[in-house]
Each structure stands twice: as C-alpha cells, then as structure tokens.
Design a protein around this ligand. Structure first.
Ligand code: TYD
Length: 221
C-alpha cells in the first residue's frame, strides 16, 4: 500500500469521526500500512495542555482571536513534532481536525471570517494542505440534534470537563455547519463530503472508497 498521505477528518461535534478514524486505521494496518493517528487540539505534550485550556468549560471569557491563536499554537506544535516528521518518513497521517476546523468554528461559529483564518494558516502552517479531507456532514437537523445530545452528556461528565464548545447554542453550530459546506464547495478536489444520515458501516465504505481513489492517484504521480 502506498504511503505518505496526509488525511484529515472534519465534522461537527458528535459526527462520528473518532469511530471512523479508528476503523480506517485498522483497515490500513491490515494492508501493511502503519499510519500515524493524531488529533487537534492535542496530540503533543504541549498541545494537550493547550487542549485542556481550550476545552475546559472553566475557561471563561476567552476572546475569539485568542481562541483562534491558541488553535494555531497547538497546530504549529503538532506540525513540528508529529506531522512533518511523519511525512518526512513517508508515513500516512490520520488527523482528527485541522485548519478546516478553525475556519468552520472560529471563522464561521465565532464569526471571525475565513480570510483571517486562511492568512494565519499561511503564516503558521506554511500553507500545508491535507492530500484528502473527509468531511462527515449529516443533515443540519441531525447535526444539531447530535450536538445537543453531546451538550447534555458533556454537562453530566464532571470527571472529564471538555464541554466548552459543546455548551454553545444551536446558532453557533449552524454557522459551523454552513462554513463546512462552503469549504467543501470551494475545495472540492481536496474535500470529500460524506453526507446523508448513513450507518457507521455505510460511512466507512465511502471513506475507504475515497481513500483508495486518492491512494491510486498518489501512486500514479
Ligand atoms: P473534541 O473533543 O476533539 O471534539 P470532537 O470529538 O467533536 O472532534 O474537541 C474539539 C473541539 O474543539 C470541537 O468542539 C471543535 C473545536 N475546535 C475548534 O473550535 N477549532 C479548531 O481549530 C479545532 C481543531 C477544534
């Protein structure tokens, strides 16, 4: 199996990314690949500390620009420590969220706009782009319903307080959802959107189809 692809997963909270990343990782390992699996925010020691600051609901009054800058601080660390070394070694990376999340959540959700996020991306990440982005995007109604359920669960989970984003209102998630759609239609080559209210197995099938196609293209280059 050819190696060296940078694959990101995107979607709203509760879209099932984590399950699908695990499944794709297992599928690749069965075929002899050894993908590096990571997530943002987090995935490095420094990044995990930034993650705790960003997601803990006790972090009150964080200014949107500060939130965006912290997301990029985390990303810069992940690129230096995990992503670049893995790509240099010819490994495939499965990354749970990348700059599209910042564009959707801070650009859309927090209404900072895309231009600012993309300019930061250019500066901090040198424009590094995934080879393939798998966007899990069920209908708006279904996405909002899942986000609401996540809210309730996050509120009940006192041991692991990562509920700061989950506590946002529906209008916030609607803006995130709309920004994801806009990203997907702008970057239609890179982003494969998996839409509709599908089962876990059906989503996995579509993911494997998209990855196989991209691997074949990469192999031909
Ligand atoms: P996480 O627990 O990883 O959520 P999920 O399992 O849904 O991916 O939390 C990450 C949260 O951080 C999620 O609500 C989205 C948000 N986020 C941003 O707002 N901007 C970003 O750039 C990134 C990477 C994440």
């Amino acid at each position: 199996m050819p190696q060296g692809l940078f694959i990101t997963f995107e979607g709203l909270d509760g879209s099932g990314k984590t399950t699908q990343i695990k499944r794709l990782g297992a599928w690749m390992r069965k075929r002899g690949a050894d993908p590096v699996v990571t997530r943002q925010p987090g995935g490095t020691e420094t990044g995990d500390r930034i993650r705790e600051l960003l997601l803990n609901s006790r972090t009150g009054g964080l200014a949107p620009l500060s939130e965006m800058a912290l997301m990029f601080a985390d990303r810069a660390q992940a690129i230096a420590e995990v992503i670049e070394p893995a790509l240099a070694a010819g490994k495939t990376i499965l990354c749970d969220r990348f700059t599209d999340s910042t564009e959707a959540y801070q650009g859309g959700g927090r209404e900072l706009g895309s231009d600012l996020v993309l300019a930061m991306h250019q500066l901090i990440c040198g424009g590094l782009q995934p080879d393939l982005t798998l966007l899990l995007l069920p209908s708006l109604e279904r996405s909002l319903e899942r986000a609401r359920r996540r809210n309730e669960r996050a509120a009940a989970d006192e041991a692991k307080d990562e509920g700061r984003f989950e506590a946002e209102q529906e209008a916030f998630f609607q803006r995130v959802w709309e920004k994801y759609r806009a990203i997907a239609s702008r970057d239609s080559e890179r982003v494969v959107t998996i839409e509709g209210d599908l089962s876990i197995d059906e989503v996995q099938e579509q993911i494997i189809e998209a990855v196989t196609m991209r691997l074949t293209q990469a192999h031909k280059k």
